[in-house]
Design a binder for this molecule. Structure first.
Ligand code: 5AD
Ligand code: SF4
Length: 461
């Protein structure tokens, strides 16, 4: 360690990530960069010398949250200043990218605004911001991932036995409601070798389940070690070869990029879990066209059927937007019909939120707020029925769970089924540890958990 690092060895950073899994991953990478500068991560904002809000711009509510949180952070900064301690405030993520200098106009306590493509430059930007406030929302030519340090063993272990790994970023699809193509830029895929090296480091530290992530992950087309372009299914097959990696998942996907080989991977790759998050947004062809989704409801149902033919026990989840401009009662009914046809295991649903700069924001036929609320509640009630039925069908069955953390009560551990259901088990029965994959009998269910009995003392993996 260099002298200058040792001087600052006791600095603390508090990172709060909002929004999607990519922000969770980015937050961890920022922590890794800052660890090299002598910053230890803390979960207590009051003791942090550096506060990073890693923000989300996808809906207006998410943006409002950032500004109200900044008000709170400022109060803590002021209180610490009264004790003679300085606090630096950084806004990162998609709000930083989209609003740039506007953030510092609205909240003068912010020292640095940094877009998602510049995290590898955090140390340098922080140093500059010590002298004057800085905004960096460039899309630099270099690939930030090439400069971000891989997590070390201790930090990986502390984060648990499941990990996200970004393999693709950005989106070229331009759905009419979405800011992502503007905030995260054009599609970019990381080279296979880099991803594999990172996955190997994660597995060596004890990670058992990898979720490869990207805004449009199934459009992945990274450079392979053979110099050719590898699609997602080849990357997944390669990751499955890494010793210790027992479970693989990927998210988020666009229906139009579910190619035949990727669907076949659900049949051929035992590590690939039987669960697919495939956003559809609406069940109405009219609305899908207006959203610029470039597929209709039939095409979506055909993909679902093909995936189920490849892997009959697969469960699906999806994203829906209600109240997109021009959505009628009949359009909404078509969405409910699609939901009934697929019976999703889980759904994320949102009221349409106009985003500045996106085509739909200016549409004349905005749906009134009370109608959006009514549709959202109806959709969520229907989805919840299906989710509960899906979970109830597990009771009486035997399955395998990956033990991920301590359970709700003393002596319990919590694990996940292949279908991402949380299972509470009595850990005293069988000497199992976090990271083991064990067979369990599912014996009961509550609203958000299943209860399981460990069937054997022997972990299966
Ligand atoms: N309004 C509401 N929901 C949105 N999403 C994306 N943009 C908007 C918006 N403007 C939802 C979509 C997407 C998920 C990540 O967020 O359902 O799949
Ligand atoms: Fe946004 Fe996803 Fe559409 Fe891309 S595919 S524009 S990330 S909703």
């Amino acid at each position: 360690m260099r002298d200058q690092d040792m001087d600052h060895g006791d600095r603390k950073v508090f990172i709060k990530s909002y929004g999607c899994q990519m922000n969770v991953y980015d937050g961890q990478r920022m922590a890794d960069v800052l660890a090299g500068q002598g910053y230890a991560e803390t979960t207590r904002q009051e003791e942090a010398d550096l506060v990073i809000l890693n923000t989300c711009h996808i809906r207006e509510k998410a943006v409002d949250k950032v500004y109200s949180e900044l008000g709170r952070v400022r109060e803590i900064k002021d209180a610490r200043a009264g004790e003679g301690k300085s606090t630096r405030i950084v806004v990162a993520g998609c709000v930083a990218q989209a609003e740039g200098a506007e953030i510092q106009r609205r909240q003068t306590a912010v020292d640095l605004v940094v877009g998602p493509q510049s995290y590898h430059r955090l140390p340098e930007l922080l140093e500059r911001s010590a002298r004057r406030r800085v905004v960096d929302t460039e899309f630099p030519v270099e690939d930030k991932f090439g400069f971000l340090p891989a997590p070390d063993r201790a930090r990986t272990l502390a984060r648990g036995v499941t990990a996200f790994l970004t393999v693709q970023e950005g989106c070229d699809k331009f759905c009419a409601f979405c800011v992502v193509p503007y905030t995260r830029g054009a599609e970019m895929s990381r080279p296979v070798a880099r991803i594999v090296a990172e996955a190997e480091a994660l597995a060596a530290a004890g990670v058992r389940e990898l979720t490869v992530i990207g805004q449009n992950v199934n459009a992945y087309h990274g450079e392979g070690p053979d110099g050719r372009v590898w699609p997602l299914w080849r990357l997944l097959a390669r990751l499955a070869e890494i010793p210790g990696v027992a479970r693989l998942r990927y998210t988020t996907s666009h229906p139009n990029d579910m190619d035949r080989e990727l669907i076949a991977a659900h049949r051929d790759l035992p590590q690939l879990m039987p669960y697919l998050h495939l956003p559809v947004q609406s069940g109405s062809d009219r609305v899908l066209a207006a959203m610029n989704r470039r597929h209709d409801a039939r095409a979506y149902l055909d993909i679902v059927a093909a995936v189920k033919a490849a892997r009959p026990d697969i469960a699906l989840s999806s994203d829906f937007i209600v109240g997109f401009p021009g959505e009628t009662d009949a359009d909404f009914e078509a969405t409910m019909d699609l939901i009934d046809a697929v019976r999703f295991a889980s759904v994320y649903s949102f009221k349409y939120s106009p985003r500045p700069g996106t085509p739909a924001a200016d549409a004349a036929a905005q749906v009134p707020e009370p109608v959006k609320t009514e549709r959202l509640l109806a959709l969520q009630a229907r989805v919840e029925e299906h989710r509960q039925a899906f979970n109830a069908a597990m009771v009486g069955r035997r399955t395998e769970i990956l033990l991920e953390r301590k359970g709700r009560h003393d002596g319990q551990l919590a694990g996940k089924t292949p279908w991402l259901q949380t299972v509470q088990v009595d850990a005293s029965a069988g000497g199992c540890r976090i990271g083991d994959i064990v067979p369990v009998d599912i014996v009961g269910q509550s609203t958000n958990s299943l209860f399981g009995r460990i069937d054997s003392v022997k972990a299966v993996a």
